[in-house]
Design a protein around this ligand. Structure first.
Ligand code: FRU
Length: 468
């Protein structure tokens, strides 16, 4: 706690630190952990290195929010029991136990094999967490021998029982997701049921942070395979230890990783992701969480991801720009900013989009564009599919950007570099085939159907409970 406090002034002095993406009080975060909705609060635990703004010395930081936007930082929830040889608290998940109180599960590192451990709240506010006296799962539980890179428990309910999946791979280096069932209502004992999923891709040696959860009548599996996260949608048969996928996609082709899931009182399924930022450690902070995204399955059977609508509360006075043909790029006059929500609609094919955080000599910080059914955010490209019109929602937060196309058909988080005075937004369009094609045969340029830009206010991050 002292190490985090000490870094706060440096983190707060950095004008590049995002203002409405979740971040710890200071220093490093990576995966979201134990995401849970309980008695009116969204709880977010997260991988935290309290000692530096780079990865290492994993603890579980903790925060809570009533609205997914404004946060109260809480005391560090779980730290390594160094006296017992534990060196790091790796990622994990949360669930409600039969006594109506939550439990969190995490991977304990340091003794020489990873172990899965549980902690329970010691108070009604869920500020203080106590580890159970021994691991709830060790490698000895595995039917067919040890699992390599065995970690990241995630919990779900099915057929009246609590289940867990963990990531890892076989000793031969094939990524798998293992399935377990709790055999006691207090969740202290578990049985290994087998591998519920295995990759066919020999390049993927282990899966990190698997999530398996119900959504709109189907089951969704998300994995983090040391490259962009992928998902499968299908049917789950626990008795046969079988997950049969019917759809497969990339979750977010940008720099977002290590997902977690929660479900709130409105019945919404919420996706949490670590958003990398590439911040130099001397700045006193590193990484954010992407905006919590509401998940659903679209009529085409693929995932939809929409930013939580609660973020609309941060909107300032909008600037609206009427529709026009995009023969020439134009700069959105009077909308200079490094923090905004942008809503726009494009039609007419070709390539169209925005340059964000553009410098006075016309150099963009990042380009967000739609072309041939793909949404691009910097170097990341997500499939949206052919459409007459493309509706974009783009969230700019300093040097982080998140873009959503056509009601969450594609979602991309990315980071980029920009100078502090680079604040203008340009809108551009290029007709299909216009790059190098002969002028007389050119198609008409794309059209901007409408554009609205809201400056975004800072979310509140309270430190009132950030003490022991
Ligand atoms: C994913 C991951 C997890 C692990 C954690 C450690 O980013 O590698 O597999 O539990 O980070 O911080």
């Amino acid at each position: 706690m002292a190490a985090v406090r000490e870094a706060i002034p440096r983190a707060e002095a950095d004008p590049d630190r995002p203002v409405y993406h979740f971040r710890p009080p200071a220093n490093w975060t990576n995966d979201p952990n134990g995401t849970l909705y309980c008695r009116g609060w969204h709880h977010l635990f997260y991988q935290l290195n309290p000692f530096a703004a780079r990865i290492g010395s994993q603890h579980w930081g903790h925060a809570r929010s009533r609205d997914l936007v404004n946060w109260e930082h809480l005391p560090i929830a779980i730290w390594p029991s160094t006296d017992r040889g534990e060196t790091a608290i790796f990622s994990g998940g949360a669930t409600m136990a039969a006594d109506g109180r939550p439990r969190v599960f995490y991977t304990s590192i340091g003794r020489p094999q990873p172990e899965q451990w549980m902690a329970a709240p010691a108070d009604d506010d869920l500020f203080v967490w106590e580890k159970y006296s021994k691991p709830v799962l060790t490698q000895s539980a595995h039917i067919g021998g040890a699992i390599a890179q065995w970690r990241d428990p995630f919990l779900f309910q099915k057929d009246g029982a609590t289940h867990m999946v963990c990531g890892g791979g076989t000793s031969a280096g094939r990524a798998q997701v293992q399935l377990y069932r709790a055999t006691r209502p207090d969740l202290t004992e578990w049985k290994h049921l087998g591998a519920i999923f295995q990759t066919l891709d020999r390049e993927i040696r282990n899966f990190e942070c698997p999530n398996l959860f119900p959504l709109d009548g189907k089951w969704v599996l998300i994995v983090s395979p040391n490259r962009v996260c992928e998902y499968w949608i299908g049917d789950l048969d626990i008795a046969r230890v079988q997950f049969s996928p019917t759809a497969h996609g990339v979750l977010d082709p940008g720099d977002a990783y290590a997902s977690n899931i929660s479900a709130d009182e409105k019945g919404r399924t919420i996706l949490w992701l670590w958003g990398r930022t590439n911040t130099p450690p001397e700045r006193g902070w590193g990484s954010v969480m992407t905006m919590p995204r509401i998940l659903s399955i679209g009529p085409d059977g693929y995932l939809r991801q929409r930013p939580a609508p609660e973020f609309e509360t941060l909107r300032g006075e909008p600037k609206a720009f009427p529709g026009r043909s995009l023969e020439q790029p134009f700069v959105a006059a009077g909308a200079e900013t490094d923090c905004a929500e942008i809503e726009a609609e494009f039609s007419g094919g070709g390539r169209s989009g925005f340059e964000l955080r553009r410098s006075s000599d016309g150099k963009p910080g990042v380009v967000v564009s739609i072309e041939r059914g793909y949404l691009s955010v910097g170097a990341a490209r997500a499939f949206v599919g052919p459409a007459e019109r493309y509706r974009l929602r783009v969230f700019l937060d300093k040097r982080c950007v998140e873009a959503y196309a056509n009601d969450g058909t594609a979602a991309v988080y990315n980071w980029f570099d920009a100078g502090k005075d680079d604040r203008s937004i340009a809108v551009f369009g290029q007709a299909a085939g216009s790059r190098g094609g002969p002028a007389p045969n050119r198609a008409a340029p794309p059209r901007l159907e409408g554009l609205k830009i809201w400056p975004m206010r800072d979310a509140r991050f309270s430190l009132d409970h950030f003490h022991v």
